[in-house]
Design a protein around this ligand. Structure first.
Ligand SMILES: NC(=O)c1ccc[n+]([C@@H]2O[C@H](COP(=O)([O-])OP(=O)(O)OC[C@H]3O[C@@H](n4cnc5c(N)ncnc54)[C@H](OP(=O)(O)O)[C@@H]3O)[C@@H](O)[C@H]2O)c1
Length: 326
């Protein structure tokens, strides 16, 4: 496994991150953790460590807190684990009904950031997070208020570094303007079927760009500022690596076939090819793996040994976008 020191930090992290959204029963509505959830979490953590992955991604909303809770139980049964791993979580999304009568919303208020983080620490059975991300931008945010919350959490030793998720360049720049320390990460959806980050580079000056607004400068700004880029849904939820293609578009079907062909040529799993497409980008993108299965995690880990040629990278890109380069 490749490891790196995250810019602006003393954290030594694996290139791949284990995402924990699927732990604790996932998005289903089970309200209690079962022994099977603990077994699944234990096996996933063990498989990650065996593959050299030491970086784990959470959010307070995953499985309504149960993903962190089950992870915290594993930390409690093996306290030495905490020193071996880098723990990241997120706050800022609030469900409808929390408290009763409220709508779903984003909340970057001082109170929510501080209180939600303290609840994360209790669930994870840890004294501190290595990185806290703001999950989805809140149009009602006040830079001063976020800065105050971060300062409090840092001063109390509860969070070491801060970052964001799903933020465009303007929002990152706005927030950074209030913070004494650099943001260390931005976590964004990036994969072969959600490739706005690459489209934004090639589609400039085109009559009909193939990407949604907002991607301009995100990658370049992050690279210049040392904001690490993390890719969520890096496998496009498995559609190109063995998932069900019955409802897939012709471009998706062709891309899945190409992934299969390249996996054969490189003698690796299909997951490895899909992830290698992200890893080949010079921004140093860190895929956040979403699998809750140890065998699939091992298949994903093969990706760090693959370096796609420029031609293979463009073949994948062109096939997935369903259109040749401008
Ligand atoms: N910041 C954000 O807004 C945000 C949003 C979403 C997610 N995230 C983070 O990113 C991580 C990854 O997200 P993701 O889960 O969407 O990513 P992903 O890695 O693209 O997808 C993983 C999901 O696809 C399934 N899958 C993979 N290969 C499959 C196949 N061949 N056939 C059928 N199903 C297959 C997995 O099931 P198995 O578990 O059975 O392998 C799992 O449910 C999450 O864990 C979370 O940490 C962040």
């Amino acid at each position: 496994m490749e490891h790196l020191i995250l810019a602006h930090t003393d954290l030594r992290v694996s290139r791949l991150i284990a995402g924990c959204m699927g732990l604790g029963g996932g998005w289903g509505h089970a309200t209690v953790l079962a022994a099977s959830h603990e077994k699944q979490a234990r096996e996933l953590i063990d498989a990650a460590l065996a593959a050299g992955i030491n970086f784990f991604d959470h959010a307070n909303i995953y499985a309504r807190g149960r993903a962190e809770e089950v992870f915290g139980r594993i930390i409690k049964e093996k306290p030495s684990l905490r020193g071996q791993i880098v723990l990241q979580s997120k706050v800022g999304i609030r469900w409808a009904g929390d408290p009763a009568g409220t709508p779903q919303r984003f909340d970057f208020s001082y109170e929510h950031i501080v209180e939600a983080t303290e609840a994360i620490l209790r669930r994870l059975n840890t004294s501190h997070l290595d990185i806290l991300l703001l999950h989805r931008p809140d149009p009602l945010m006040e830079g001063e208020e976020v800065a105050r919350a971060f300062a409090r959490l840092k001063q109390d030793g509860k969070v070491r570094y801060f970052g964001v998720s799903n933020q465009n360049r303007a929002t990152m720049e706005y927030l950074q303007g209030f913070l004494p320390d650099p943001l260390v990460a931005n976590q964004l959806e990036m994969n072969l079927l959600h490739s706005g980050f690459a489209e934004a580079t090639i589609s400039f000056n085109q009559a009909s760009p193939l990407y949604p607004d907002g991607w301009e400068g995100v990658i370049e700004y992050s690279r210049r500022q040392g904001v690490s880029l993390q890719a969520w849904s890096p496998l496009a939820r498995g559609l190109l690596s063995g998932g069900d293609l019955t409802a897939a578009s012709p471009a998706e079907q062709k891309t899945a076939a190409l992934v299969h062909e390249l996996a054969g040529a490189h003698r690796v799993s299909r997951e490895a090819i899909v992830l290698a497409w992200l890893l080949r980008h010079p921004a140093g993108i860190q895929p956040v793996l979403g699998t809750s299965r140890a065998d699939r995690l091992r298949a994903c880990a093969e990706s760090v040994g693959v370096k796609l040629s420029r031609e293979e990278w463009y073949r994948l890109f062109e096939t997935a976008r369903g259109k040749s380069m401008p």
